[in-house]
Design a protein around this ligand. Sequence first.
Ligand SMILES: [Zn+2]
Length: 84
Amino acid sequence: MSLLTCEDFLKELNDYLDDATSPGLRQEIEAHLAQCPNCWVICDTTRKTLRIYKGTELYPLPPQVHQRLMEALRRKITERNGRH
Ligand SMILES: [Zn+2]
């Protein structure tokens, strides 16, 4: 079982995609991704979104856009976790 929760994962996602995490944390993130399809999809989607941004614009994702994206993702996770 991974030490990371989905919430932790979301916090680290941006750094992870930017290759800004430490190798240890990176391993934990990858362990979480391997066992959490939900976060895997989020990671995949975000990576693609960032790639599109970085491919068409020469500056990083604007903070407001990133903020909105993270809020949407967090809501999605909370919804799924809250239902039982
Ligand atoms: Zn997760």
